[in-house]
Design a binder for this molecule. Structure first.
Ligand SMILES: [Zn+2]
Length: 632
């Protein structure tokens, strides 16, 4: 879709949250790492907001609280202690994290505060055992330069990361405490970004500065980008949790598409004189209509003695199937709301019926029962009676909003760049001072020392990648922007593989594999390092890099050695190679006599077909040459 971003008045602000690679967490001595094993400790909690907080709490979280949703926490001893469990007050602020935040602040010309005050931000969704998240501003008013443009930075802050959500059951949400308390640096720009591409460029520039400190964690989930996107005729939408830089421009694009389409829908509804007061919260039990149904989902509801409830949306025919983003319609938007507020699994609506085993006849009866006219849409949900009503109320609410335009809300980013409803937009940040942690003074000496030891700036780093490792500019740029840039230096410094080979693999090859659907993030940095040390040891050839990576991504927690064995890549000795070459020569005697020197290429091909990945091509060539000379 072609959009004139300036004309529609697009404004985008970015918040980048990056985990820091400190030796301990932000407020205790625990290791800031995630665990994969079974939890050693589990405990159930139910958060109770205090009376004074009620008015300021995120309505969605309060709704869950009212419904009696509990939180099940999972923990192990290495990565959490009494602090994460809220059984012990937090310790003082991690100085390593402060230093890194100050380094970033100086690099982007932000002004450090005189004193760091830790604040509490109310969060009662269970992601924090305390019912709040601790956060503190470290510096204000910086800038990043992107091309010709200077983008203002509002603040640089430190935060504790939240507990890790593992899933949502009907009665309890599961969280792991390992991530809780990992230091996050937050860099927030002013809403002065004007196009999807610019959002990506600004994020890239900030990411380069963060990585330049050498103190940030790498890998999926260690960086999360939040966006606020607005257009004057639409609404201010917050989008949380974009994990990949490459997705940012797509996320912005889809959001613009969604808002423009919602504005169009609103105008059309208004032109048809559809009014909010005409949409009644009149819910009709239509269970009997589907008594004989062949639809599996509805059948299950009936067998469980649950209810099918319906509501009529006057003159909405056709609107629920309008696409807002790829495979995402206004109907999907209503379904998301119904699932969220009613805890149902989904909705059915007549814009997509008959389908799912629901017949024409049933649709006709349904319409008759709720007295729907030709231009009306009927929405139905099937679940327990206490859920169906909440679900349909949410659907009606969303329909009313469709008449008004774009509803303000917080949305969650998905891996394909589309977004889904997360919760209504909370009011202004609710902050209280954290009285358990003394303020930290930032002295002039502090700042002077940090300023005198600044890491290489990204542009300097680029120069040194080109000089020190003899990379061309394009490749050096790729390495600079890669999450593997540190790994690149480690591998090249330790090993013997050429820096270009390592760089091409870590950037271009891995990216290409990812595009093909290989889950390269499942291969750890230490595994990649091992692969290269096998190459250095002559136990593997660089031709096998791709195959080994694919294998490792599919066999989690298995070793590189096992990959080599399973792929039949176990190297062969020089002696074995010599024998094999002799045999190939023997088998192709007549060809060699006929073509003489010209047979070399054909023979190389035959040998490499069998030996690729197991032996270095240069060695094969040398051996073959020697043997051919002997033959002559
Ligand atoms: Zn701890």
């Amino acid at each position: 879709m072609k959009v004139d971003y300036e004309k529609i008045g697009l404004k985008v602000g970015l918040e980048i949250h990056q985990q820091l690679d400190t030796s301990t967490k932000l407020f205790c001595q625990c290791k800031p790492e995630l665990f994969k094993e079974e939890a050693e400790i589990t405990f159930l909690r139910r958060l109770r907001p205090t009376q004074s907080e009620l008015g300021q709490i995120d309505p969605a979280a309060y709704f869950e609280f009212q419904k009696g949703v509990k939180t099940l926490y999972e923990a192990n001893r290495a990565n959490s202690c009494l602090v994460e469990m809220d059984e012990e007050p937090p310790h003082s602020l991690n100085t390593e994290a402060i230093e890194t935040a100050l380094t970033v602040a100086v690099m982007i010309k932000a002004k450090p505060v005189d004193e760091i005050h830790v604040m509490r931000k109310t969060v009662i969704d269970g992601s924090n055992t305390t019912g709040f998240q601790r956060t503190c501003v470290v510096a204000l008013d910086g800038e990043v330069i992107v091309g010709e443009k200077t983008v203002p930075i509002q603040h640089v802050s430190l935060e504790e990361d939240a507990a890790r959500k593992m899933g949502r059951g009907r009665n309890a949400t599961h969280y792991r405490l390992d991530r809780l308390g990992i230091p996050l640096i937050e860099v927030a720009t002013a809403p002065s970004i004007r196009s999807p591409n610019e959002a990506e460029e600004v994020a890239l520039a900030i990411g380069r500065i963060l990585r330049a400190t050498g103190k940030v964690k790498r890998g999926l989930g260690t960086i999360r980008q939040d966006l606020n996107i607005s257009i004057p005729d639409g609404a201010l939408i917050e989008i949380k949790g974009v994990q990949e830089l490459e997705l940012l421009s797509r996320v912005v694009n889809y959001e613009i598409q969604r808002q423009l389409e919602l504005i169009k829908i609103s105008n059309e509804l208004k032109a048809m004189e559809v009014k909010e007061e005409n949409i009644n919260k009149e819910f009709i039990d239509v269970t009997d209509v589907f008594k004989q149904t062949k639809c599996k989902i509805l059948r299950k509801t009936l067998d469980n003695n649950q209810q099918i409830l319906a509501v009529k949306l006057p003159k909405f025919k056709g609107f629920l199937k309008r696409e807002l983003m790829p495979s995402f319609r206004l109907g999907t938007e209503m379904a998301d709301r119904a699932c969220f507020w009613g805890r149902v699994d989904g909705i059915f609506h007549t814009d997509e019926l008959p389908s799912y085993g629901i017949t024409k006849e049933e649709v006709r009866n349904l319409r008759k029962t709720v007295e729907a006219e030709g231009q009306d849409v009927v929405v139905l949900v099937a679940d327990k009676p206490e859920n169906t009503k909440d679900a349909l109320e949410a659907v009606v609410e969303r329909a009313c909003e469709a008449i008004r335009g774009v509803p303000e809300e917080t949305r969650a980013a998905r891996p394909d760049g589309t977004t889904r409803y997360m919760r209504p937009r909370p009011g202004a940040a609710r902050m209280y001072p954290e009285t358990d942690i003394p303020p930290v003074q930032i002295t002039r000496e502090n700042i002077e020392r940090i300023s005198s030891q600044l890491p290489e700036l990204p542009e300097e780093k680029l120069e040194s990648l080109m000089e020190e490792y003899k990379l061309n500019q394009k490749l050096a740029m790729h390495v600079l922007d890669s999450k593997y840039s540190q790994l690149f230096e480690t591998i090249v410094r330790k090993g013997r593989t050429s820096s270009t080979t390592v760089a091409v693999f870590l950037t271009e090859t891995l990216k290409a594999l990812k595009r093909e659907g290989v889950q390269v993030d499942k291969v750890s940095e230490s595994q990649i390092q091992q692969v290269f040390s096998k190459i250095d040891a002559g136990e593997l050839t660089k031709e096998a890099l791709g195959d080994v990576t694919i294998w490792l991504s599919r066999h989690e927690s298995q070793s590189v050695q096992e990959a080599i064995k399973d792929l039949g890549l176990e190297g062969i000795s020089e002696n074995e190679l010599r024998k094999f070459v002799e045999k190939v020569i023997e088998d192709n005697k007549s060809l060699i006599r006929e073509r003489g020197g010209n047979s070399f290429g054909i023979l190389m091909g035959i040998i490499m077909k069998k030996m690729r990945g197991r032996v270095d091509a240069a060695l094969v060539s040398k051996t073959l040459k020697e043997k051919l000379e002997g033959f002559a």
